[in-house]
Design a binder for this molecule. Sequence first.
Ligand code: SIN
Length: 487
Amino acid sequence: MQKYDVIIIGAGVAGLYAAMNIPVAKKVLVICKDIPWECNTFYAQGGIVTALDDNDVPAHVEDTMAAGAYHNVKKVVEILSKTSLETTKDIIQKGMVFDTDATGKLLYTKEAAHSAARIIHAGGDATGRYLHYFMMSKNPHHLEQNMLVYDLLIDDGRCYGIKATVNYEPKTLYADNVIIASGGVGSLYEYNTNSRTVSADIHGICVEKGIALQDMEFMQFHPTVFVDTPLARKLLLTEALRGEGAHVVDDEGKRFLFEYDERGELASRDIVSRGIFDYKRKTGKKVYLDLSMFQPKQFHQRFPNITKTFEAQGYKLPQDRVPISPAFHYANGGIACNSYGVVPGIKGLYVVGEAARTGVHGANRLASNSLLEGMVFAKRAVDYMLSQENHNTKMPKFDKDYGNILHKDNDKAYKHQLRKIMWEEIGIIRTTKGLHHAKNFIYDLKNREIGRLLQLRLNTASAIVDAALLRKESLGTHYIENEEQDI
Ligand code: SIN
């Protein structure tokens, strides 16, 4: 029987930074569903927020709270911001290279709803790739790919490990501690910017075990995404473009976002997304990101990843304007935990990164806070876990297995229908009628012949729709359209 000190589910920023902070002497297994770079960290473009110095902490906290519609847990936001300086210092000391000017000083950019330029970046617009590569190279523990977790071993208030397929073979793996770092829920939505591996399975297991999900009505949509591609993952155009001067325009070149907020393109992400969505719906016009104010040479240097990606799609940047739409980007809510990643009521179970609901993001995440959150709270969880001396002395048997019924014949078609209904009814603008329609649809699917993985997705979808139905008033990314409400 295999038993580990720690199993970490997920190899994005939170999972890998947790691994980096656990001593080599511990028996640790990091697992990921596919190849390790199929994770949201890898696709992150903009950068990592860091308070500029101690004096900038209150402003960063206020920007985070204002973007989050003050639904955030302030104490936790303060931890995020105060810890940002030591966290970025730590990774730089360990060898992470960020973009600097000719004198070696860090370059900072600004994104929407930040009151200061406080975002550091790497490889221009390839921060996620650089960070992921750096963390993969620093992970001292064994990483197993192609491992799909389909159950958590939970009995009488404690977690004993996981069930997973390893190269399609079902296995039971025991551990004293399990850290969930499996990301958000992107694959539930028709249009999304997420890696295809991010499909809410672990959230669904938590629902099944009675572990609380929190703030699930707050799903975040990124305003500037190129969706005209058959790929499941739609192509992001980083917030940093608008932060550095790009405009959102209609067919005639009109910058209409000022009709929605006096900050125009620099309003918070929820407002910009809703403005674009509403303007398209109202006018039937197309909406574009206009980059023509950038000098080509400077643009290619600063945004090399976007330049190349869009060249492959037939766009010459910055000269060509790019048609854009909002698309699902990030789950502000997630598995409930405290500021040490502890899942209440389940000994030995932790959650970090996008999978976690720490309370940092409130009703809408401030741009580029997520990589920072992944690191700050992964380290806190690991420090706490290591202080606990938590050893499973008994090994209960977990006989129920689903290894052979993960998929059923019609699942693919049902998943597609689910993605469509999530986008249409539990998307940027919601109505009570639409939410009820989605709830009934999900309920109906749950009662069909479906495999376990779809069942888990549906559990998470139910948690989102139920949370959305419970919140009667609009807040942050949760926007309920009522007759008397203006956008
Ligand atoms: C972006 O680069 O616009 C994404 C950054 C984020 O999601 O915070």
